[in-house]
Each structure stands twice: as structure tokens, then as C-alpha cells.
Design a protein around this ligand. Sequence first.
Ligand code: GLU
Length: 182
Amino acid sequence: MCGIFGYRGARDAAQIVFCGLRDLQYRGYDSWGIASIGRSGLEVQKNTGALPGQIKGFTKSHLSIGHTRWATHGGVSIKNSHPHISCDKRFVVVHNGIIENARQIKSQLQGAHVFASDTDTEVIVHYLEENVSKRSFMNAMKDLIAIIMGHSAFVVLDCKTQGLYAYRSGSPLVLGRREGEL
Ligand code: GLU
């Protein structure tokens, strides 16, 4: 069980995500992480342990995702903390749940992709990176959700298009929308 949160809109995205994670912290508190697209491009902070009282160091951003982790695959460490990032740094993911066939998917991607963690989650971003060059992003995403097994919810940030994509199957996810904000 983990807490995942994403925000796109006019307010300070990293701070909104941080507030969201504080509310979701009961769902996982062995590590945390936030990714945000700011002035210098992709900015990431992660650490083991509970969320700090405040976060500093993110530049103003309108697009951010975050995670509080309760580890299922891979120990409690900074490298296993979410978000996880594709090799080309285009895709960033936070994930709640288990990808039961992650090992098989990873074995097909290894060689072409360098895995930085021991998590099941990381296959999501490498799979998208591998397949987006052959198909459209949405088709790569459809293929991904057709092959992953188990209950999951995740949010993917596409740094290239500044898109935010959410998926759930068997795990809870709430979508909140209002004018100019998601
Ligand atoms: N399976 C992922 C991990 O271990 C997500 C954990 C969870 O949802 O509890 O990082």
C-alpha cells in the first residue's frame, strides 16, 4: 500500500503534492519522493523515512507527482523510493500496488535499459520508453496496461509533452478536476 498524488495547474505543484502526501502518509511511510517540472527541468527529491515537516528546493512548477512508499519489491532505500524515471528522463512514475509479472517484463527490457532500482514499478517507465518510439504514447500505454498483472494504480508524468496520465485497476484512485486544475 502506498500513497500517490499528482497535480497539474496554476498553483505551486510541488507544495500541493507535498500536502497531498501528508494526507496519504498513513498508506506508506518507509520512504517518500516528489518529482516536479521546474525552471531547471525535471527536479526530484526522495528519501527514506517519514515525510519531512516541509520541503524546500523545488522551483515554481505547475506539474508534479509524489509518493509515500510501503515497500513490496526491493528494500527500503533511496534508490527504491519512487518516483522512478526512464533512461531518457522522459517518463516519471509513482505507483501503488504490485506488478506480478515485473520480472518477466524486466527480462525483456534489460540490455536496452538500465534499471536503477529493485522495484517492480520501474518496468513502467522503461516499457513506455521502449515502445513510444514504435507506437504513439497512448498505444504504448494501452499495451502496457494489457500486459501488467496484479492490482495497481499509477501516475505517469511525460516530461516531453508535460502530460499527466493516471491508471488504476483494483487499487483506489480519485480524480479531482476543476477549471484549469487536475
Ligand atoms: N510495489 C511498489 C514498490 O515496492 C509499490 C509498493 C506499494 O504499493 O506498496 O515500490
